[in-house]
Design a protein around this ligand. Structure first.
Ligand code: IPD
Ligand code: CA
Length: 278
């Protein structure tokens, strides 16, 4: 079968572009900032407006498809991945960046069928970079093919990670402990642009060897997971098992040996799963 889901992917690219221009315009304006799970987990009306725009536009074209969207879940919708075609949406990945005008904000749209990710679209809208990946068909940025770095030595690598939005002192301690160990391997540097999706696209682009984080959500990583794999990278759990989209834990790397080396240094913990019963 050739190019199954291509029309869905084309639609994802087109709606991500529309969503991105809305985000770009909104970044210039005054905004009302609200909070969700903690005082540093931010949300704005733009997050909600953009998610509604994406869902309505997809529903119009694919009325039987399902959705997992960051803001719909925050509003009480279930976060359960079934075998049905499902769009996994983060309308504004990097909401803290968006609020502060820090110039990395992405619209992230993943698509899964039978619980398998089929394609991902990440539009880094301030930079105007459209990243796409489709199972078996490669990964691209603005139409140019992506390939992960060929670096195999961790001590020649740049590793991306984030602090997330949990300020529980024990969680913060584990985050710092992992970072300290990885920094002192030593690696060339630790980076993080404030959006999980974009960090993963930087792995796919070859300028960062790996990204890891505990505390992400499925909508942060679904789309970019396809982009990383299709650029030749690997995905793994932070304890070395297979990547589990709902687990809120991810390692994305250019190669298995770097992923496994990072896993050895991570002080792992398990936040409540995205699909845990509410
Ligand atoms: C967050 C960003 C951030 C990551 C958090 C995510 P949001 O998403 O991707 O980089 O550290 O874990 O939740 O809240 O900006 O959509
Ligand atoms: Ca997000």
């Amino acid at each position: 079968m050739t190019d199954v889901w291509q029309s869905a992917m084309d639609h994802a690219v087109s709606v991500a572009r529309k969503a991105g221009s809305l985000v770009r315009e909104a970044v210039q304006n005054e905004m009302k900032v609200m909070t969700k799970s903690s005082s540093v987990d931010l949300v704005t009306q733009t997050d909600q407006k953009v998610e509604t725009l994406i869902i309505l536009s997809v529903k119009d074209k694919f009325p039987t498809h399902r959705f997992i969207g960051e803001e719909s879940v925050a509003a009480g919708e279930p976060c359960v991945l079934t075998d049905s075609p499902t769009w996994i949406i983060d309308p504004v990945d990097g909401t803290t960046n968006f609020v502060h005008g820090y110039p990395f904000v992405a619209v992230s749209i993943g698509f899964a069928v039978n619980k398998q990710l089929e394609f991902g679209v990440v539009y880094s809208c301030i930079e105007d970079k459209m990243y796409t990946g489709k199972k078996g068909k490669g990964a691209f940025c603005n139409g140019q093919p992506l390939q992960v770095s060929d670096q195999k030595e961790i001590n020649q690598a740049i590793i991306a990670t984030e602090f997330g939005s949990d300020r529980d002192p024990e969680v913060v301690e584990r985050i710092f402990s992992s970072m300290r160990k990885i920094l002192c391997l030593p690696v060339h540097g630790i980076r993080g642009v404030g959006t999980a999706a974009t960090n993963m696209c930087l792995v796919a682009s070859g300028c960062v060897e790996a990204y890891y984080e505990i505390g992400v959500h499925c909508w942060d990583v679904a789309a970019a997971a396809v982009i990383v794999s299709e650029a030749g990278g690997v995905l793994m759990d932070v304890e070395g098992g297979p990547f589990d989209l709902m687990s809120r834990r991810v390692v994305a790397a250019n190669c298995r040996s770097i992923a496994e080396r990072i896993v050895k240094e991570i002080d792992a913990f398990s936040p409540p799963r995205d699909d845990a019963p509410q």
